[in-house]
Ligand binder design. Structure first.
Ligand code: ZN
Length: 269
């Protein structure tokens, strides 16, 4: 990281997809990065990264908060993403992930909250929400989780759009539970792409597919929906065209926001 690297200019009230699941959200004067991945393309164990990041970790060194939906999978936290997360002033993740990552990671169980003071004087409350990382009848691990423990996040504060970041969630029932408990969601970052793992869960998706992403947007009533986690790795089975098609089939094109990675997208209509 060159010390002179200029930071990505702030764009408050907007979000930018870096690639894979990695998203920058500038909200209330805070810079938040979810599921950081900055490695160059190449193999990561049984996964293969195919596209590098649109924005470098050095450009995001001024990040205030890093959110990691789960640390277990390289497509959600790769090597440079891990170093980036551990260098951030605040790192929120699952309870088991916080133990694995070590200090300063803070673990949140579903429905736990963490509140920060914003530079603009208000608060930002981050709520961990459930995420089911595979089909509902999928094989449970020792902790009783499908695939592994994972969470999503809801970001909320006075005057800010309420934003849901799904994490690797494949369950529409979980999306419905979140909207029942949280209420109105203005904007979403949806891990779509229908990730499928050979030999696991009969190759059924471990994240939202395109149709379920459009359904999640409808259930949440969000007026801005950013799909992420649908390209940049070889195990995604549905891409941008499928997502556009699914939102169009549902009559929801007006709430879908897709752009080239590295492009700012407003979180309010
Ligand atoms: Zn995962």
């Amino acid at each position: 990281m060159a010390p002179s690297s200029p930071h990505l200019p702030r764009h408050d009230g907007s979000a930018l997809v870096v690639g894979g699941p990695t998203t920058v959200l500038d909200l209330g004067g805070l810079r938040i990065v979810s599921d950081p991945t900055f490695d160059a393309p190449g193999p990561h164990g049984y996964l293969t990264k195919t596209i590098g990041p649109a924005v470098t970790d050095a450009q995001l060194a001024d990040t205030d908060v890093v959110l990691v939906s789960h640390d277990n999978h390289a497509d959600n936290l790769d090597d440079s993403g891990r170093a980036f997360a551990l260098a951030a002033p605040l790192l929120l993740t699952t309870t088991s992930g916080a133990e694995r990552l070590g200090a300063p990671a803070t673990g949140l169980a579903a429905w736990d909250t963490h509140t920060l003071t914003r530079p603009d004087g208000g608060d930002l409350t981050i709520t961990a929400v459930p995420a089911m990382h595979g089909p509902e009848d999928g094989e449970r691990d020792a902790e009783g989780e499908v695939n592994c423990q994972a969470i999503g996040f809801v970001l909320a504060g006075d005057g800010l759009p309420t934003v849901y970041i799904s994490g690797d969630n494949a369950s529409i029932r979980t999306v419905a539970e979140i909207t029942r408990r949280i209420g109105r969601i203005d904007a979403t970052v949806l891990h779509a792409g229908a990730a499928r793992i050979p030999g696991k869960f009969r190759e059924r998706p471990v994240s939202l597919d395109s149709v379920r992403a459009a359904s999640a947007a409808a259930i949440l009533g969000a007026s801005v929906n950013l799909p992420v986690h649908y390209d940049g790795w070889a195990h995604f089975t549905e891409g941008r065209d499928a997502i556009k098609h699914a939102f169009d089939d549902a009559g929801l094109t007006s709430v879908l926001r897709v752009a080239d990675h590295g492009t700012w997208l407003p979180l309010k209509p």
